[in-house]
Write a protein that binds this ligand. Structure first.
Ligand code: UD2
Length: 314
């Protein structure tokens, strides 16, 4: 049984990971509940929840000295690109300073640490159009979110090479699945769609807003595959000091996505087309050969992932 710390562990990805590990390990979750919710977490004697911010250095030092963690997953972040443009300074404190501070704390305190895994984003690739994205593709971060993710990711990797802190970083593509919050206009598009389908099934009036013509495409990866990838990367020795794309290696357009779910549910999602969202990229796709080489194999196609998600939500 290991001690595992998950920052941002009440959010979508963090809570799914916390619930997965708390079946067999002692999990500590720290979350300021700005986006996440305690209700995402299973009731388990193995799960300890701390409400607080990763920017609180006194709290973080206490958490790290009270328990010797074998694994730390640093997922806490302002997760919305648009939010980061509205609040660049606050984003920097949460998305960059907290990582740097954690690295310093771990460097001096965590002798039993086996891995610190940092969640970065496909946003670091920006709008450079060459696809699929390899880890060594051109990096063109365009927003405070992307700049901070890239800088933090670099420090994380560097702390392994400079100070032997056992670290890895991942770049998430478009993650979807149960517990993703659809409340903000910048929530993952599939969670927003699912919310609108729920309303259609409940015979409530609703409309899905499609920004652009729906031909834009993304590499949507189901949350269970993300958990699989994180677990493999955290436990492999080959992944030390490395960065990995996490996606499926397949992209799908939004119109096609809607027709798959329409077909499952035998309904028509009402769609209102609007202009493209400013700053949107047209297509995104991960090359996942690097993470596949350490044993990851996505289990879900977009169809089977959506089917499971629909069965869970609706
Ligand atoms: C994803 C990440 C973001 C960043 C970025 C990097 C999510 C939720 N966001 O943004 O954090 O890493 O990738 O490139 O994973 N759309 C609609 N209607 C809606 C909502 C969205 O048409 O109600 C469109 C949107 O304009 C875009 C596509 O759906 O073309 C995907 O949007 P998204 O916000 O789910 O994800 P993305 O790729 O913009």
């Amino acid at each position: 049984m290991n001690n595992i710390l998950i920052t941002g562990g009440a959010g979508f990805i963090g809570s799914t990971l916390a619930n997965f590990y708390s079946k067999n390990h002692k999990v500590t979750v720290i979350d300021d509940l700005s986006m996440g919710s305690k209700s995402n977490l299973d009731q388990s004697a193995n799960l300890c929840f701390i409400e607080g911010s990763v920017t609180d250095s006194i709290l973080m030092e206490k958490v790290l000295t009270d328990t010797q963690f074998e694994y730390i997953f640093h997922l806490a972040a302002i997760a919305s690109v648009a939010d980061s443009v509205e609040r660049p300074l606050e984003t920097h404190q949460i998305n960059f300073d907290s990582v740097f501070q954690l690295l310093e704390l771990v460097k001096s305190n965590q002798f039993g640490l086996k891995r610190l895994l940092f969640a970065s984003s496909a946003a670091v690739y920006g709008d450079e159009p060459t696809l699929p994205k390899k880890e060594e593709s051109v990096i063109r971060p365009l927003t405070p979110y992307a700049i901070d993710k890239f800088a933090a990711e670099k420090y994380v990797v560097d702390y392994y090479h400079l100070f032997d802190v056992p670290t890895s970083a991942v770049r998430f593509f478009n993650v979807y699945g149960p517990k993703q919050n659809p409340e903000s206009p910048y929530s993952g598009v599939i969670s927003i769609m699912m919310d609108r389908y729920k309303k259609v099934l409940n015979k409530e009036e609703t409309m899905f807003t499609m920004f652009g013509d729906g031909t834009q495409s993304r590499d949507f990866v189901f949350i269970e595959d993300v958990v699989q990838a994180l677990d493999i990367i955290a436990h492999s020795q080959d992944t030390l000091g490395e960065v990995y794309n996490i996606g499926t290696g397949e992209a799908i357009g939004l119109n096609e996505l809607v027709s798959i779910v329409d077909n499952f549910l035998q309904v028509n999602l009402p769609i209102q087309y609007e202009g493209e969202r400013s700053g949107d990229i047209k297509h995104s796709l991960a090359d996942i050969s690097k993470v596949k080489a350490v044993g990851y194999q996505p289990k879900y196609t977009i169809k089977s992932g959506l089917e499971k998600y629909v069965a869970y939500e609706l």
